[in-house]
Design a protein around this ligand. Sequence first.
Ligand code: MN
Length: 498
Amino acid sequence: MLPTPDYVFWFATGSQDLYGDECLKTVAAHSQEMVAGLNASGALPFPVVWKPTLIDSVSIEGTLQAASDDPKCAGVILWMHTFSPAKMWIHGLQRCRKPLMHLHTQFNREIPFADIDMDFMNTNQSAHGDREFGHMMTRMGVPRKVAVGHWTDPRVQAKIASWMRTAVGVVESAHLRVVRFGDNMRDVAVTEGDKVEAELKFGWSVDAYDVSEMAKAADAVPAADVEALTDRYYADYDIILEGRDPAEFRRHVAEQARIELGLRAFLDGHDYQAIVTNFQTLGGLRQLPGLAIQRLMADGYGFGAEGDWKTAAMVRLLKAMGAGIKDAKGSSFMEDYTYHLVPGAEAILQAHMLEVCPSIASGKPAIKVDFLSMGEREDPARLVFTCKPGAGTACSLVDLGHRFRLIVNAVECLPQDVPMPKLPVASALWKPLPDLPTAAEAWIYAGGAHHTAFTLDLTPEQILDWGDAMGIETVLIDKDTTIRAFRNELRWNEAAFR
Ligand code: MN
């Protein structure tokens, strides 16, 4: 897998020196116990690292600056054990470049009604200390996630765990690099966008190369390496010959192995984590990259077709956010392809001309070689499979000219029971929530694309939180969506995000 750092999250507790050393000792002991408890819970995907209590402007600024400078720190969890006057936080929050969670909790779960005294009251003040702090975050417009409840509550821990993956998406976004081979598909609108604004907003470097660079990298791959990878394909996947000559079939498959190895060398040599192709710009390539792209996606690289660099970047971020999930079900580039419009059973068949990620495959993928009118090259090899059933999330980042909008749709992937032997591409069949007519109507009002970044491993909330952290407009289409409310939200957002 394309590696990500061994991220950790810092836990910083706010207080002040008004209460004396005894109180501060208690505060430190409590927060250390909480960090140990969170780490021992097994609920969090990343370790939490305790930091000394923050009691003044200097210690706050120093800690948040250090967090910003530490490439392994993916975010900071902040909690005010006692009152912590929030003017002290201004300089630190101005310096902070890492995702923030405001954990609104309290060390003690119960109020000891029979014994409570002013010592207890003054040691357990987050009910008002966290409000003082929250006010400053709001006044400064600092993006953050707020989680409320006792720190031992599994629901609170699940919220922290969920946000941690969003935070990884935020820090990975800051240095994401996308390579485009060729330009946007001629005449297509929604795959275009402002790449300079994307670098300002999201941190993405989006660079174009002539496709001859890809062909050159593929041609430079030693024949023995191509043979070895082709052997691995034959070991790992079923082969569907469909009457084709086995030697000719293998030659077509080997061409994808050559492209895969060439692309890997190019991406790693130039430090790119996402790739964009365009079938109108294939130069000296003998096939449109199909199987090669599918394998790279499964390895954690982002992908977008027809010049779609925004979706390529989003696919990479979904891969990074989902990295390390136990029993992960996968993420992929996807396209709304064709409809099943039977009343009550409406669904969308998702596919692409070749490039669907086999991480979402239900069962063992198979290799097919088939005619492809697009690209006017020889028949490309591709993996075919259907998608695992279950809840998923599809998203589309569009450029409206003066701002970006992230559209997120909760979907339900349906079992694909009826074989589709004549379909030469991988596919998913999903019902968008709340139902196809409502979801598609809302999607179209929102200006969503036909391409999506799709995941079976992340929730709409995690992706919306990423958009909030980027400071862009986000809209959700899910089980609660009604057209009337959704259209009003779009109207109001026109004012809010102008
Ligand atoms: Mn497409």
